[in-house]
Write a protein that binds this ligand. Structure first.
Ligand SMILES: NC(=O)c1ccc[n+]([C@@H]2O[C@H](COP(=O)([O-])OP(=O)(O)OC[C@H]3O[C@@H](n4cnc5c(N)ncnc54)[C@H](O)[C@@H]3O)[C@@H](O)[C@H]2O)c1
Length: 335
């Protein structure tokens, strides 16, 4: 068999042992723990990562290499066939350019579902109670401060935009709170996967949801899918939850909608220009903010690392990926 080396960009924290064990099937293990995009590209061009067949990268390691765009893909060793990415979102990888170069890409769906859905529910409950005001006042020694009554989730209509892995996990949890679930997806799910949720058009979802949770992926057609015209179409006093990607929402329009109380409150884990947050959001007391910690638990981080390493193993041993990104697979009716 030809030499098949593996390259780790950035680090592995919870599955170090399993990464080292990859030497049982990889001809060599390279590591590029830190550095700059220029240095990485230059090392690639010098042939430092000879025979690399599959590599491990992550959303975290993006700060080392920058986006996996056409420029970077051109510099990667010609032997590279697989990119095993740690992250459910992979908008920092140019998938069409990978496909054109014959490079297959995997991500980490499923492993992220529970932890991210938990954060969506945490944000939703926080937003329903407008919790930021009282969090601030109690710490400032003002007890309840300017406390105002919140809302129960029970009997509210939760609209889910993007009913994939995380969206379905949010729906499952929200049902336990007595919420009525409706969703919009590119295609309606088979009845057994809907679990009682109602499929509606995008316009209907905007018009009739009490709480709107964004759970769709970011791409050129979903960028700013929620902007001023969409806010205008929503119910007065709607609640917005975003654990997917910041660029799905026009943040300036959200700030205006929060100010006018068109949007009563919002709960956000993701932002347009992370780690920068729009000053209007930092000033608003009717928004719950988290610094993109959706998958931030020991258990989920380890599960994600193990899934990437399983993909790496399958790539090197069988030349196929376990969780290849859907854009590179034959279209499935419901994704
Ligand atoms: N906050 C975090 O830490 C965190 C963690 C994991 C994932 N994410 C983000 O959450 C997103 C969803 O993750 P997932 O694992 O559930 O992905 P998924 O691929 O399982 O689901 C995405 C769903 O969005 C739907 N969709 C795509 N375009 C749409 C459109 N224009 N209109 C309606 N629906 C559309 C797809 O059909 C799919 O059902 C990821 O893309 C990622 O960016 C964030």
């Amino acid at each position: 068999m030809a030499q098949r080396a593996a390259l780790l960009i950035g680090g592995v924290t919870h599955a170090q042992k399993e990464w080292k064990e990859s030497s049982q099937f990889a001809s060599q293990l390279y590591e590029y723990p830190d550095g700059t995009r220029e240095d990485f590209i230059s090392k690639c061009k010098q042939g430092v990562f000879k025979d690399v067949f599959a590599l491990y990268r992550s959303n975290d390691s993006n700060k080392i290499t920058g986006n996996f765009d056409a420029e970077l893909l051109d510099a990667l060793p010609k032997s590279l066939r697989f990119i095993c990415h740690n992250g459910a979102g992979y908008d920092n990888i140019d998938i069409p350019a990978c496909t054109q170069r014959g490079i297959l890409v995997s991500s980490t769906p499923i492993a992220v579902n529970d932890a991210t859905a938990d954060v969506a529910i945490f944000l939703m409950l926080g937003a329903l109670r407008n919790i930021t005001q009282v969090f601030d006042s109690v710490r400032q020694g003002k007890w309840r401060g300017n406390f105002q009554l919140g809302h129960d989730p029970k009997n509210k209509v939760l609209g889910i935009l993007g009913m994939g892995g995380i969206g379905s996990a949010v729906a499952h949890r929200a049902k336990a709170f007595g919420m009525r679930i409706q969703y919009h997806n590119r295609h309606q799910l088979p009845a057994e996967e809907e679990d009682g949720a109602k499929y509606v058009t995008f316009e209907e979802l905007l018009k009739t949801s009490d709480v709107l949770s964004l759970n769709l992926s970011l791409n050129s057609s979903t960028r700013h899918i929620i902007a001023k015209p969409q806010f205008d179409a929503m119910k007065d006093g709607v609640i917005i939850i975003n654990t997917a990607r910041g660029l799905l929402i026009d943040e300036a329009a959200l700030v205006d909608a929060l100010k006018s109380r068109k949007v009563w409150t919002a709960g956000l884990d993701v932002f347009e220009e992370e780690p920068k947050i729009h000053p209007g959001l930092l000033e608003a007391d009717n928004v719950v903010l988290l610094p993109h910690i959706g998958t931030g638990t020991f258990e989920t981080q380890r599960d994600m690392e193990l899934l990437v390493l399983d993909n790496l193993k399958s790539a090197i041993k069988e030349e196929k990926l376990l969780t290849q990104v859907p854009e590179q697979k034959k279209p499935k009716a419901h994704i």
